[in-house]
Each structure stands twice: as structure tokens, then as C-alpha cells.
Design a protein around this ligand. Structure first.
Ligand code: LLP
Length: 437
């Protein structure tokens, strides 16, 4: 059994918040990352509970009168959801699976919004059964939901997901409120949608919802969103529909590059709260604000540790590691930057440029391009930072690779919150037809 080194009062060089360096090793929440790999193997996702709680509290403090619904898609691990439930978070869920997990974690159904642009009949029935509110994405979905509600003698409380036609100035694949995007009711059809909903038995419109995108690092799109949505709130009020909430979605970015200037939750609050108050006072309607942060809450809480299999001198110097886009797809999918460092040589000066390549059979399987690192050798441990949002939750078993374990660090102690998968998990649910037995 490995002895874990706790930081205690020993002074560590701080990299960012909960990460530090001592004796040349990376420490996460006071625990030596190299010891963790020794104990639990590689690759490994390591999450710091204190950081998670701090992030949630900071966000909620910036928006004291707002319901914060954590976006479970960012990281849907039961332990993460449970911690956030303890903190008082609600949840934005985008599937029956996320709804199931959020309820299991202890988030009450009256603090959950069921989102989704293409929900199955089964998911709509599950929403009715659990009594959560539904963000309806089309009139077709409204009809189906209303008919299921009538069948079961229920009334579904709904919002419409609005497509506000706003550019969030982010990566095109994560811009969700452009008029060309697949999400929501087109802005010009929203009033008609509420007019229809108020007449249909089985549904009751109580809110309005939008989400313009993710990893947004400018404030103006958020301000524009408040204004566009308040314009709708005013017109909907005139229809005689009383909206209890206006859910602005989320999208606040985080600084993946350490010198990057990214607005904080306080900056976001300073930008939108005055506009919100001014507009709602002017129209005399005061819906409750809901926000659905995902990335801000979990993004920087987690580090991916991955062992070096080999170093290869080719047209450039490649480091082959045991985690690829099967575990962390953000670089391959969005060209996203994640900071990397050597967990076992964290104090050494950089010596050259290295490209960190995963083991997947695709040229795009690169975790980091051309990074300055100390000399890298076989069996070193690379740490990929800020992988707590859209890391594990977007992982797969591609190339026959079992998924990695997840560890939670709580008060300087590690807990396994998800075990490593094995080849048995690759076989799970597969069956051979009789003629091939
Ligand atoms: N609400 C809704 C309806 C959403 O669709 C999303 C994210 C969120 C809230 C949370 O947004 P956040 O606070 O995390 O920006 N896989 C991509 C991000 C996809 C975001 C999808 N929707 C990435 O790795 O960058």
C-alpha cells in the first residue's frame, strides 16, 4: 500500500488553486499524483472535491437570487452530482440517463429541467412520471408531451427552448443559439408557440429557456441574450401567460491557457444583473433567473494522468501515452488547448518541444501539440489539466480500450469513484447469435 504524502503545512509551489508542486512532483488537493498512479494505475482521472465545492459556491455567491442548475452533461459521475446536490444545486439534464442519475444523486425533481432537442417518447413519459419540468424544443414535441400527459391525467409544466439567433463568438461546434443551429424554436415563432401551448390541455407554460453556446469568453453575447429574452417575456406576458422563470442556459468559459483573460462569474453577474433588473422592472414581470453552468463548475477540478509508453524522434518528437481521444476528445474535436506538465518532473526546466500522442489509430489522436517540457522518458507521467468538464463524459471504448478509473480527492485522501473498466466491460451486453456459438 502506497503511503500518500499529504501537503500538511509543507509549503508547495502553487500551479493553480488546488494544484501544487513539491519535491518535483505534482500534487492534487495535497496528494502526490505519482503515488496515485502507483496505487491505482494509469490512465486516471483525479478530481478534487474541495475545488468542486469552491467553484459551485463562488458561482452561487455571484448570483445569490438565481437557481443554479448544474449541467450534468459536463461530468455526470454520481459522486460529482451527489456533492453538488449537497451544495444545493439543481440540474440541467439532457437525457433520461442524466435525469436518472440526477435524481439518484438526490437532486429534487422540482429543481431539474429536462432539456433536449430530440427526446424519445420514453424520455417524455419518464419526465411526466418524475414530475420534472420540460424544456420543449418543437411544437411536434409539445403535441406528443401533451398527449402523454392527458393519457396519465397529468399536466406537464414546460418552457420552450428558444433559438435567440445570437453569435456567442466561440468554436462553431459549440455555438448553439445561431439561427442555423438545430436547437430550439426559431425566435420569430416563439410567441405563436406560447399562444399554442396555453390552449393545449396537458401542458402549462411556466418558463422560457435558451442556451447560446459554451466556452464563451466575451460578455456582450450574454447581455444581448438577456435583452432578446426579455423582449419575449414582455410579449408572452401580453398573451396572458405568466412566466415563473427565465433560464439563460450557460456558456461561461474558463482559462485553459493560464495567461488567457476570461470573465469570472462575478464579471458575468456585473454584466447581466443590472440589465436583467432594469428590463424586468420596465416590463413589470419578474421571472426567476435560472443558470445552467457545467464547465465552470467542474472544468478545473480534474487532472488526467497518463503514463508515457515511448518517446519517438520523427518529423517532430512524439510522446506516446496511454490516454487518447477515447478519454479526452476536446483537442481532437475542437482543437482545444489543455495545459500539460510532467507530474514526476514538475520542477525541471523545459528542454524541448514534445507532441503528446494518444494510442488511438487515428492521426487526430493528439492530446497536445508542440509543448515545451523537461526531458521526457518512458514511464514518466503526463498530467493533462482542466479535464473535469467534457472529459470522461465524452469518453468511449474506441479501439477496444476500457475506460479509465476516476479518483476523488477529499480532505487529502483518495477515493475510487469509478473503477477502471476491463475487457469484460468491452463485452458487456454483447451476445453471439446461436449459429456462431
Ligand atoms: N445548458 C445547456 C442546454 C447546454 O446545452 C449546455 C452545454 C450547458 C447548459 C452547459 O454549458 P457550459 O456551462 O458547460 O458551457 N463538449 C463541448 C461543450 C458542449 C456543451 C454542450 N452544452 C466542449 O468540450 O467544449
Amino acid at each position: 500500500m502506497v503511503q500518500f504524502n499529504f501537503s500538511g503545512d509543507v509549503v508547495m509551489f502553487e500551479i493553480e488553486g488546488h494544484l501544487g508542486v513539491r519535491d518535483n512532483h505534482l500534487f492534487i488537493g495535497g496528494v502526490d499524483a505519482v503515488d496515485l498512479v502507483g496505487e491505482y494505475g494509469s490512465p486516471l482521472f483525479v478530481t478534487n472535491e474541495e475545488r468542486l465545492r469552491e467553484n459551485y459556491r463562488r458561482y452561487q455567491r455571484a448570483f445569490p437570487d438565481t437557481d443554479v442548475y448544474y449541467a450534468a452533461k459536463a461530468n455526470g459521475n454520481l459522486t460529482i452530482l451527489r456533492i453538488l446536490a449537497e451544495e444545493g444545486a439543481g440540474a440541467d439534464v439532457f437525457s433520461g440517463g442524466e435525469l436518472y442519475m440526477a435524481l439518484l444523486a438526490g437532486i429534487s425533481s422540482d429543481r431539474i429541467l429536462f432539456n433536449g432537442n430530440s427526446k424519445t417518447d420514453q424520455e417524455l413519459r419518464y419526465a411526466l412520471q418524475t414530475g420534472v419540468r420540460v424544456s420543449v424544443d418543437s411544437l411536434d414535441e409539445l403535441k406528443t408531451l401533451a398527449s402523454f400527459a392527458r393519457e396519465t391525467g397529468k399536466v406537464a409544466e414546460i418552457a420552450f427552448r428558444v433559438n435567440p439567433d445570437i453569435s456567442p463568438k466561440t468554436h462553431p461546434k459549440i455555438a448553439t443559439g445561431l439561427s442555423t443551429s438545430k436547437f430550439g424554436i426559431p425566435y420569430t415563432q416563439v410567441i405563436e408557440a406560447y399562444d399554442t401551448a396555453k390552449r393545449i390541455e396537458g401542458v402549462k407554460p411556466v418558463g422560457i429557456h435558451c442556451h447560446i453556446g459554451s466556452q464563451i469568453i466575451e460578455l456582450t453575447p450574454f447581455v444581448e441574450t438577456v435583452n432578446r429574452m426579455m423582449d419575449l417575456v414582455e410579449q408572452i406576458d401580453r398573451l396572458g401567460v405568466k412566466l415563473e422563470f427565465l433560464d439563460l442556459g450557460s456558456g461561461l468559459g474558463i482559462p485553459y491557457k493560464k495567461d488567457e483573460h476570461v470573465p469570472t462569474p462575478e464579471d458575468l453577474a456585473d454584466a447581466i444583473l443590472p440589465v436583467w433588473s432594469e428590463r424586468s422592472d420596465a416590463i413589470g414581470v419578474h421571472p426567476r433567473m435560472i443558470l445552467e453552468p457545467g464547465r465552470y463548475i467542474t472544468g478545473d477540478t480534474t487532472v488526467l494522468l497518463t503514463r508515457v509508453n515511448l518517446v519517438k524522434e520523427a518529423h517532430k518528437r512524439f510522446v506516446g501515452v496511454d490516454a487518447g481521444f477515447n478519454l479526452m476528445i476536446r483537442q481532437a474535436m475542437y482543437g482545444a488547448y489543455h495545459h500539460v506538465l510532467l507530474a514526476n518532473k514538475a520542477d525541471l526546466p523545459p528542454m524541448g518541444l514534445y507532441t503528446i500522442a494518444g494510442p488511438i489509430c487515428e492521426s487526430g489522436d493528439i492530446l497536445a501539440h508542440d509543448r515545451e517540457l523537461p526531458p521526457v522518458e518512458k514511464d514518466d507521467i503526463i498530467a493533462v489539466l482542466d479535464v473535469g468538464a467534457y472529459g470522461f463524459s465524452m469518453s468511449s471504448q474506441y479501439n477496444g480500450r476500457p475506460r479509465a478509473a476516476e479518483i476523488l480527492i477529499s480532505h487529502g485522501r483518495p477515493y475510487v469513484i469509478r473503477e477502471h473498466e476491463t475487457v469484460c466491460d468491452l463485452l458487456a451486453k454483447q451476445t453471439l447469435p446461436p449459429h456462431l456459438l
